[in-house]
Each structure stands twice: as structure tokens, then as C-alpha cells.
Design a protein around this ligand. Sequence first.
Ligand SMILES: [Zn+2]
Length: 386
Amino acid sequence: MADTRNLGRLLRRVHLSGTVSRADLAERMGLNRSTIMALTAELSAAGLVHEERPAVTGKAGRPSLVVRPNAEGFYVLAFDVAVDRLVAARVGLGGAVLERRTATRSRAGADLETVVSVLAHFGQDLRKNAPGGSVCVGIGASYCGMIRPEDGTVRFGPDMGWVDQAFGAELGRRLGLGLHVAVGNEAHLGALAELERGAGVGFRNLVYLHGDVGVGGGIIVGGKLLDGDAGYGCELGHMLVNPYDGRPCGCGSAGCLEAEVGERALLDAAGWPPELFGREQIGAVVTAAERGDESARTALRTVGDWLGIGVVNLINLFNPGIVVFGGMLRDMYPGVAPQLRDRIARNVLPVSRERVRLCTSALGDDATLVGAAELGFAGLMANPLG
Ligand SMILES: [Zn+2]
């Protein structure tokens, strides 16, 4: 019987790489070929991976067998509660989104019962559509607020007005699968997803900024999420950048980064009326600026400078290899990139700015959903035969 730790490491490697040869696995995991063969044999007997001959390689000699994840046989249910939408997906081992359901969400807010009932209905529907004999191995959910990791309670969800709502427990009960629902903060999960499957692959130190109405963050240090003492770390949106005449923030303070660079900050600065909001309007400001609209250009310069001040502090503090902009900040990025670069050139320590890369999320709007799926897979990776 192979040891659980190495079985988990190997399954995780296959899960993240897709089809991979036994020889590559041996090299990347630092194990000899016979150990790899024993591990893959156990995972294959459990049905988690398939081993097969590779397509013709052209090389002489016997080719190494390739291992691929059993994507249809094992899956997780992943959920994303974002500011404007509710998403549910069936995600196969290997990480492919096999099927999804999406509902738009009103900004007016909703109670726990309403949100959970939409998600549970989607989840049951996705499960019904899964191939016969396939196994749901976990459930992960991303939520746009502060989450207690142990039980998935939403401690503070400002956009829905939620305080201490038992979201994870209630979703688990309504799904009725006897599985724990692991819940994470959307920006934490976005950061992990970008690190493992997106723009941050190959990096060990990453800062992820996720914009919607506000701004959330995830900081990866040495390959690990900086989650803080109780799991509420990385609230980059509430970094104080403008203490003297800052805009009021949803947290009760004023001059926080998200108050200065969030959706409303940009739209107000550009002179957009309050009834216009959302991602499309952010794109509209950027397009207007590109066409020469002076108030849109000024708004992007102002907001871009505040964002730059926040990013400067983060680079000086954490020396990341890459800073990734996700959510609404992805739409804003083309309009603010010059201000970011300017601030970095002026205010970041020269040694810290030498190598840092700025980019938009490679997983796009799926970053948080992919992160939720990975959270759902965590139990299987820790103990593949359990
Ligand atoms: Zn704040």
C-alpha cells in the first residue's frame, strides 16, 4: 500500500497538469520510476486516473505510459456568489468545467434562504446530469465577503447586508449530499486559482486584486495564501490610502483603497449618473477615454493613481513576482496601466520593481469559480483513497 501523502501529491500533479507521462511525474516529484508505477497503479485501480499509451512520439524505444485524470468519473460542485451573479458548476477531476448554471443577481441584496435555494437547485440539477456511476467528491463555494473558514459562515457580506449567516452549513443541508461545503473568500480563491492554473503558474509570490463594487485581495507568499490569524487576512481593499479627504467606504471608514478605486469611485469621477453601474459601465469609461473623452481620461488618471498607491505599498511590502488584476479591475486595467507604471517607477524600491510583472487575470471571470472547485477537491487530494 503506497503512502497517502505521495498518492495525494501524484494525484494533484495529474489534476493540475492534465495528461502527463510517468517519466515526467518521476522527474517532477523526485521519485523513482518504480515508486511512480506503484502509485499510479493504486490510483488507477481506484478509477481516479487512466493509464494509456501515448500518441506516437517518433522516439525510439518503449514510450513511457501517460496518466490522465478521470474527469467524468469524479467531480466537485463549485459555487460562486459574486456581486452580480450566482454560478454553479460541475468541475471534473483535472479542473475542466463540465457544465454550469448562471443566474444574474440584483444589487438590492438577498437573504440567505433566497441565495441558498437558487444554488441548491442548480447543484441538484447538475448532479442529475452527471454520468451514471460518477462520484461527487467535494463541494466548494466562493463568496464575496469575509468567511470563517471552519464552518463557511459569512461573517461580513457588505453588499448583501449579511452578518454571521450560516451560508456553508445551510447550502450543505439543502444539497443533502452528506458532504461538507468548504467556503472561501472570493479574492483568496481567485489568488490561489491564478497561482495554480492561471497567470501565476511558476510564481511563488503573487498579489491578486479582485474588483467588483469593492476590492478584495489575495496574497501568496512562498506558495501559500497569507490568510491571517482567523482567516480574514488580505483585505487589501481596506488599506488606508487617503485618510484626510477620502470617500466613505462600505466598511464604515473612509479613504480605503476600495472607496477610491471601486466601481462607484470611477463612475462618479467620470460623471456617470448613479443609475448606471456594473462591469459594462467600467468598460464604457475606458472606451470613452480611448476615444478622447476628457472627463473619462481624468477619472481614469485619478483612480489609476490611487490604485497605483495601493499597488506600490503591496510591492514594497511583499516583493511579489506578479500582480494580477481580476474581476472589474480587469476591465479597468487598460485605462489605468500608465498610472500604475508611473507610480511604480516613482515609489517602489528599485530592487523590488526590477522583476515585478503586472497583468490581468488569465482565468478571467472564472478565477473565483476555479478557486472554489479547488477548495472542493482539497479533501480528495489529501486522501485520494479515503
Ligand atoms: Zn473600507
